[in-house]
Design a protein around this ligand. Structure first.
Ligand code: MF3
Ligand code: CO
Length: 254
């Protein structure tokens, strides 16, 4: 499938979708406390999504059974919310949420600290976030997609971290996953040329140890093979002729 270029009207809808998703993340972050279950977080996320007249895009996507992905510690992504999983002080929790507003998708993820966490966990979260910002320095019409990929991967690898290769970012619009696929590591090719109006979900997943992951028996939860911590950071990004617009982060570079 070709990479879609969004019209002014579509960009307006995706802007609104992104604003709402930001609020969803703010509410989940405020609620996140030791003693809660990962299913409690899912319920809060879903409720906020629906309160804005939106649909949770992950729910039933390829059979995914919840609205939010809640991935704790060594869980990289796609942690299925459970009433048996209690969030504890010292955990790091990656929250990934997506919604549909008037037919348009938005997708974003954040990793949060629960109470006091180790220095190495703090640094992992911060470097993962910063790797996204290193990547989007290249997110501009006329550049090539894999310049973003290379910048993300090189930055994180520079700290000795694992850069997950088995999962990628993606185009986004009327579908949650559109072309192109967006790796988080350097590629031998330059990839597609970026054009204004492309909307991309860029989402580095970075680990404290190995880059290798495996899938749990639930067929969703992705964990690090060595059991070490993993962090995730994602925004839906609009490519323009100038600076990119972060649709799920205040509409600008922060
Ligand atoms: N942000 C993730 C992604 O882009 C979330 C998808 S979870 C799923 O792949 F359940 F919807 F698959
Ligand atoms: Co995504």
């Amino acid at each position: 499938m070709a990479i879609t270029i969004k019209s002014e009207r579509e960009i307006e809808l995706m802007t609104q979708a992104g604003r709402i998703l930001e609020i969803v993340h703010e509410e989940m972050e405020k609620a996140l406390k030791p003693g809660m279950t990962t299913l409690d977080i899912d319920a809060i996320g879903e409720e906020v999504i629906r309160s804005y007249g939106c649909e949770p895009s992950f729910l039933n996507y390829n059979g995914y059974p919840a609205s939010i992905c809640v991935s704790v510690n060594e869980e990289v992504v796609h942690g299925i919310p459970s009433r048996n999983r209690i969030i504890q002080e010292g955990d790091i929790v990656s929250l990934d949420a997506g919604l549909i507003y008037k037919g348009y998708h938005s997708d974003a993820a954040r990793t949060h600290a629960v109470g006091e966490i180790s220095e190495e966990a703090k640094k992992l979260i911060e470097v993962t976030r910063q790797s996204f910002f290193e990547g989007i320095k290249y997110a501009k019409e006329g550049n090539y997609l894999f310049e973003i990929s290379g910048a993300i991967g090189r930055y994180a690898a520079g700290f000795g971290y694992g850069v997950v290769r088995e999962l990628c970012g993606h185009g986004i619009g009327t579908h949650l996953h559109e072309d192109p696929e967006i790796p988080n590591f350097p590629m031998m090719r330059r990839g597609p040329k970026l054009k204004a109006g492309m909307t991309l979900a860029i989402e580095p997943m970075i680990t404290l140890g190995t880059e290798k992951v495996r899938w749990l028996d639930d067929d969703w939860t992705v964990v690090t093979r060595d059991g070490k911590l993993s962090a995730h950071y994602e925004n839906t990004v609009l490519i323009t002729k100038g600076e990119p617009i972060l649709l799920t982060l205040g509409g600008k570079i922060k």
